[in-house]
Write a protein that binds this ligand. Structure first.
Ligand code: ATR
Length: 274
């Protein structure tokens, strides 16, 4: 019987997940399809019950439902529970809906495609302490990265996250700006970084080292102002495409047991974005 999957969010029409998962279903000769479903905040509970009733085998969850979906599920994977956010739902053999979070690990896999093993001990700065940063920081910590600093406009949120992982340091954006040259890897996770206006960057990149690796979680536009400045200063850059493809690949693996091809998918998504 044909299986079906999807992604719920609002807005949803821009999502590239249907493009990606449908392609992987075809490549792996699976009789399955993947639908974008727009769900407003008020109707989230009804939507989850409908997906349950209509036999969806699993789905992705995007903005604004990553946290609010939790009470409607039957269980949570420990990582999703730690992050307090779900981006993937799996219907298990007992017909239960279990929430997972593949965003953070997706980011770490994308980072690890670009860096050497010896760079694991690098000093990392994460800018931002919102939902996206939470996933990344927990996944970095669980993957053995020890030197993590978090800088956030609201420093209390950065301190809270540092307490959760039990290592590292929280800074204000101003402090991070002054100490920027001490970091080998800088990860930009704030929504301010999505703007195309360089003046709106959360902090000045003036003191960035020229051998720095700069990673952004945004993939549209491909070159964010943050990545543009970093590459002008000679740094290596990592766009959000890798994170997007890897979070999807981990979800695909939960649903099908198959490890899909991420290398050619990154290329296809890049071409699709033009
Ligand atoms: P997401 O789930 O996408 O991470 P979020 O949880 O709303 O979204 O978090 C947004 C992040 O961007 C936060 O770190 C936020 O800083 P605060 O915690 O101080 O709100 C950061 N952010 C948003 N607008 C910003 C701005 N203009 N300058 C600096 N940081 C900003």
């Amino acid at each position: 019987m044909k299986k079906w999957f999807g992604v719920i969010g609002d807005p949803i029409s821009h999502s590239l997940s249907p493009f990606m998962h449908d392609q992987w279903f075809r490549e792996n000769h699976l009789d399955a399809t993947y639908l974008p479903i727009r769900v407003s905040t008020e109707r989230l509970g009804t939507a989850v019950e409908s997906l349950r009733l209509l036999g969806a085998s699993g789905w992705n969850v995007t903005i604004p439902h990553k946290t609010s979906i939790i009470p409607f599920l039957d269980g949570l994977d420990p990582m999703a529970s730690k992050m307090g956010a779900v981006n993937t739902v799996v219907r298990n053999e007992k017909d239960e809906l279990i929430g997972y979070n593949t965003d953070g690990l997706g980011f770490v896999r994308s980072l690890e495609e670009e860096i050497g093993l010896n760079e694991k001990q690098s000093s990392i700065l994460v800018i931002g302490a919102g939902g996206a940063a939470r996933g990344i920081v927990h996944a970095l910590s669980e993957s053995g990265y020890e030197h993590i600093t978090i800088a956030n406009r609201t420093i209390e949120k950065a301190s809270l996250l540092i307490d959760e992982i039990g290592r590292g340091e929280a800074l204000s954006l101003q402090e991070a700006e002054i100490r920027l040259s001490q970091f080998h890897i800088i990860i930009q996770t704030t929504s301010a970084g999505m703007k195309t206006d360089q003046a709106k960057l959360p902090l000045s990149m003036e003191r960035m080292r020229s051998d720095c690796i700069a990673a952004d979680i945004v993939y549209n536009p491909l070159e964010t102002p943050f990545l543009k400045i970093a590459s002008e200063k000679g740094g290596r850059t990592i766009s959000g495409i890798g994170m997007f493809v890897h979070q999807g690949a981990i979800a695909f693996n939960y649903w099908t047991g198959i490890e899909p091809d991420t290398l050619s998918m990154k290329q296809k998504v890049t071409e699709h974005l033009g």
